[in-house]
Design a protein around this ligand. Structure first.
Ligand code: G4P
Length: 524
């Protein structure tokens, strides 16, 4: 095997998806502790220590206690290089999460054992399924009373409509939580015991040999019965089906007490897919090919308020990145020398000299990049598949409070729009600025950032929810624009109508059968 191949095969790049409060931050932190990337719990989310790290860089997050932006964390473990992409839990930022999911090879879904499958988990699960991303499940908070494991498993299969395979099985829960029966490693991992007693190997019959106090417990008896049921009536484990995303490995544990996390991490690394080939205009691009290529899935300004910089997050899809290399941006045909690049550790950023397919690096962005941009080093030009675009549902009319601040106002809007935080429209006749978003919170973040980063107070007049539909043929009679069907330009100068409601949309289509309308989300 050559060196590049070895490196690429060692990469595991995933996102954690969950409903808020299921334990994403806690689990991330434990994984980073195993990887030696952080020393103290509380580094990722500074709630407990008062210290704020990468994923909590924005003031508004501190105020609201939610993680608004995705960030990237990297660590090494057992010969693997792991890239974790954080995703915002709040539904108003699904757009950011969906784009992040284009940059991973697998996903870890955390479920709170007391709550089962929650709304946001289900939504994100569906996106992963649609994209064929293999999912690993961690059922969390076993140290608390929750739903019965068999009930959770049934819920998983019924609600998600996918087969699962429990890699381990709890022995009791809550106050009576004794440990887990590890089917994969054929051992029992005991909860809250001395290190030397932590693992008990199982014999060929899957039971404890000789004398052991655990054998006396009715909970152990019950676990053995349930394991028998799973062996007989459950799904069979298949590495291929896991890799195809058609079988979900399920792990039970408790992130807070760090129980079952290491076993989860080790099994995950064993079965999670390596960097996958990705679709492009030139067909699938092999991650092991020598030529460097990647795409930008996220742009974030002012990540570090002390630096006032802008970072474009690049997922490397093939070949090797060397700092100082020249790459081409096929969208413009320009060649760019990448001198400033960053990799992300949990509590720090450091300059990256080399990276390979699977890695995520941050590129210093003076305004060159757009979300979805492809970068390549080879002679044959191609572009990666377009990223999912969201149709905004809520709209506001925006102006600067102080007319003297127009320059800052335009700069702020332009940068925040390029980041993908919000979408910008201009009315065709009156040239007013409208902003479109998927959730209300996006407007609040916009207002906050305009004030804090660009020093501009904005006025936002709510226009409420609208149905946005783009027009296939750009030649259109501007007189068709009225308050119920407002004609606008998007930021690429494509024309669209904002309809007041479903009725207005149908009425318009009836009256104008020759005008072909489309929803960009139907194209992705
Ligand atoms: P999130 O990022 O998915 O939103 O969840 P986070 O890790 O912040 O966890 C949400 C709450 O659940 C936290 O409690 C956390 O301590 C708790 N938690 C996470 N994992 C476990 C677990 O395995 N067992 C138990 N019992 N609790 C767990 P909090 O009180 O909301 O916050 P905090 O003030 O303790 O940070």
């Amino acid at each position: 095997m050559n060196k590049l191949k070895d490196h690429v095969l060692s990469r595991k790049t995933f996102a954690i998806i969950s409903h808020p409060d299921a334990g994403k931050t806690t689990l991330t932190e434990q994984l980073l502790l195993f990887g030696g990337a952080i020393r103290d719990a509380g580094t990722v989310k500074g709630k407990k220590t008062g210290k704020f790290a990468t994923s909590d860089w924005m003031e508004i997050e501190k105020q609201r206690g939610i993680s608004v932006t995705s960030s990237v964390m990297q660590f090494d473990y057992d010969g693997f290089r792991v890239n974790i992409l954080d995703t915002p839990g709040h539904q108003d930022f699904s757009e950011d999460t969906y784009r992040t999911l284009t940059a991973v090879d697998s996903a870890v879904m955390i479920i709170d054992s007391a709550k089962g499958i929650e709304e946001q988990t289900l939504k994100l699960f569906k996106v992963c399924r649609m994209r064929g991303i293999p999912i690993f499940t961690f059922i969390n908070k076993l140290d608390r009373e929750g739903k019965a494991p068999l009930e959770l498993l049934a819920e998983l299969e019924e609600v998600l409509g996918i087969e699962s395979y429990p890699m381990n099985w709890p022995i009791g829960m809550g106050k009576q939580f004794l440990g887990i029966y590890d089917r994969h490693h054929n051992r029992i991992e005991q909860f809250r015991v001395d290190k030397k007693d932590k693992f008990i190997p199982l014999n060929e019959d899957g039971e404890i040999d000789g004398e052991h106090s655990l054998k006396e417990s009715p909970l152990y008896e019950q676990t053995l019965e349930e394991i028998m049921l799973l062996d007989e009536a459950g799904n069979e484990f298949s590495t291929e089906r896991v890799a195809e995303g058609n079988l979900i490995p399920v792990f039970f544990g408790s992130a807070l007490t760090n129980f079952g996390v290491q076993t989860f991490l080790e099994s995950y690394l064993e079965f999670a897919p390596m960097p996958q080939a990705r679709n492009s205009t030139a067909g699938k691009i092999d991650p092991l090919s020598e030529e460097f290529s990647g795409f930008i899935f996220k742009i974030q300004a002012n990540m570090n308020p002390a630096h006032r910089d802008r970072i474009a997050f690049l997922r490397i899809c093939s070949g090797k990145f060397d700092r100082g290399m020249n790459v081409t941006l096929p969208r413009t045909g320009k060649t760019i020398k990448i001198a400033q690049s960053t990799q992300f550790m949990a509590d720090d950023r450091s300059t990256v000299e080399e990276a390979v397919a699977g890695d995520i690096i941050g590129l210093y962005d003076p305004g060159t990049y757009q979300i979805g941009d492809t970068l390549i080093s080879g002679k044959d030009s191609f572009q990666y598949e377009r990223l999912p675009q969201f149709t905004p549902e809520l709209f506001v009319r925006v102006t600067a409070k102080n007319v003297m601040k127009q320059k800052h106002f335009h700069k702020g809007i332009q940068q925040l729009v390029q980041e993908g935080a919000i979408q910008l429209f201009k009315t065709v006749k009156t040239e007013e600025y409208l902003l479109g978003a998927v959730g209300q919170l996006q407007f609040e973040v916009f207002e906050h950032r305009m004030r804090n980063e660009y020093n501009v107070e904005v006025t936002m007049e709510r226009l409420g929810s609208k149905i946005a539909r783009w027009i296939e043929n750009d030649e259109i009679d501007e007189n068709l624009s009225n308050s119920r069907s407002l004609l606008v330009h998007d930021r690429y100068e494509n024309k669209a109508f904002l309809f007041e409601n479903d009725f207005a949309l149908r009425w318009f289509q009836d009256k104008n059968p020759n005008i072909k309308l489309y929803n960009p989300m139907d194209l992705t």
